[in-house]
Design a protein around this ligand. Structure first.
Ligand code: PHE
Length: 445
């Protein structure tokens, strides 16, 4: 390892990268966002489009980010300026870094709810979700605690911080989800939920369903803001990017599908509304835990694991702006982490207060969305799609699909056969599809 790589840090092994990238991908996006968005978009038909988006756009685009990061070994801004110095393209890297900031600002708030629910479950507190999120001190306090955890882990650097946590805890989450799937599907009346979730009615596929599915695919795989460029920059040159990326996408998709296999059977067994929105899992899950044997124990463990899944995502979100300050501005890592963490906390305060604590923030601001939902729309949907649109053009046309394909085949000689297909997907299919869907997005806004 030369001096430069030593200073930047590198994953200790291929499996270390897979766990860290899967840790970033797997989070509230899978367990909180995927079920409620699926519920709002009609169920199985949405799931079908979502899977298609992952396969045709998400995975090929993930390879583009990883290839760029590993080839140049820099954060998104540095990677782009290494290829087109001082060009407008550098702004796209900048947009990614700002997007990381803003997503973290409201994601941290929801992560705080998850953390709070550990204790709510433990102490048998049955007050409703609405009252819980409307308490300003609780909201700000939980958010602050979660941001502090995030800062502390990123402070430790790449290997000791992110990797160690992700490696141990993701498998435990998987097992707990399996147990809950079995339980939920034995509830009387759960069968209707399963068919809502898995039996597609293709007539339900509309423009806005496709838009929601694409947005969810980017959000869930942590794509569109250069995060995988940053993570790719820590991968060693002889690792197989294709199989690593595939593992990440498969793990992320499996966990989301599993979450749905718990939530939908349970919703229908409890006779609740699948389209109720962001509160969905926070309403349904506690009720499962209230009724199942050893429910308190299972519930506490579940919310601990979900908090940790959220933490492996928040540390990745914090890592992007931090790596930028370290690589491009020469700020010491330990100082950069505190600057970014502190600013994100300040930006997140309105989101934390927008669920009933402060009335003007909680009222619909634009398009029927209160402050937090508006942030999720602007940064978690619009900005990620915009970033992916420009980055796929950058990799496919400006840097060149050939260069990227060469990087991808470094650890995988048989990629040559697939390179033309991949080049087609990244040069044409990804940007054109995203463009059309973005136009749609302005329509419904
Ligand atoms: N993918 C994460 C999740 O599903 C959220 C995330 C989005 C993380 C974008 C990093 C970048 O929870």
């Amino acid at each position: 390892m030369n001096q430069a790589t030593e200073n930047r840090g590198q994953w200790s092994s291929k499996i270390g990268f897979i766990f860290a990238a899967a840790g970033s991908a797997i989070g509230l996006g899978n367990i909180w966002r995927f079920p409620y968005v699926t519920g709002q978009n009609g169920g199985a038909a949405f799931v079908f489009v979502y899977l298609l988006c992952i396969l045709v756009i998400g995975l090929p685009y993930l390879y583009a980010e990883l290839a760029l990061g590993r080839a140049i070994q820099k954060d998104p801004v540095g990677s782009i300026s290494a290829i087109r110095p001082k060009s407008g393209w550098v702004l796209i890297g900048g947009l990614g870094i700002i997007t990381g900031f803003f997503i973290l600002s409201y994601y941290g708030v929801i992560a705080g709810w998850t953390f709070g629910y550990i204790f709510k479950t433990l102490f048998h507190n049955h007050s409703g979700f609405g009252a819980f999120v409307a308490n300003p001190y609780l909201e700000i306090g939980l958010f602050a605690i979660f941001m502090f955890f995030t800062v502390m882990v990123v402070y430790g650097g790449v290997q000791q911080g992110i990797e160690r946590w992700a490696k141990i805890l993701m498998p435990v989450l998987f097992i707990l989800l399996l147990i809950l799937i079995v339980y939920a599907n034995f509830l009387p009346g759960s069968g209707k939920g399963l068919s809502f979730y898995l039996k597609p009615d293709f007539s339900k596929i509309t423009g806005s369903v496709v838009l929601a599915a694409l947005g969810q695919a980017f959000f869930s795989l942590s794509l569109g803001m250069g995060l995988m460029v940053t993570y790719g920059s820590y991968i060693s040159k002889d690792d197989n990017l294709l199989s690593s990326g595939m593992w990440v996408a498969v793990a992320d998709t499996v966990i989301a599908i599993m979450a749905g296999l718990i939530i939908f059977p349970a919703i229908f067994a409890m006779d609740k509304n699948p389209a109720e929105g962001p509160g969905l899992v926070f309403h349904v899950l506690p009720e499962i835990f209230n009724n199942m044997p050893a429910g308190i124990l299972v519930g506490v463990i579940f919310f601990i694991l979900l908090s940790i899944a959220a933490l492996t995502s928040t540390i990745s979100l914090l890592e992007v702006p931090t790596a930028y300050l370290v690589d491009e501005k020469g700020v010491a890592r330990k100082i950069a982490v505190w600057i970014v963490g502190g600013l994100t906390f300040l930006i997140g305060i309105p989101s934390a207060l927008s669920q009933g604590a402060v009335s003007w923030l909680s009222k619909p601001i634009i398009g029927g969305k209160e402050f937090l939902s508006l942030m999720d729309f602007l940064w978690g949907n619009l900005s990620l799609a915009l970033g992916a649109f420009f980055l796929s053009i950058f990799v496919g046309w400006v840097w060149g699909a050939k260069h990227a394909a060469k990087e991808l085949s470094l650890g995988n000689k048989s990629f040559a056969k697939w390179a033309p297909l991949w080049g087609f997907l990244i040069r044409f299919v990804a940007p054109i599809t995203i463009f059309i869907i973005l136009l749609n997005l302005f329509n419904i806004f």
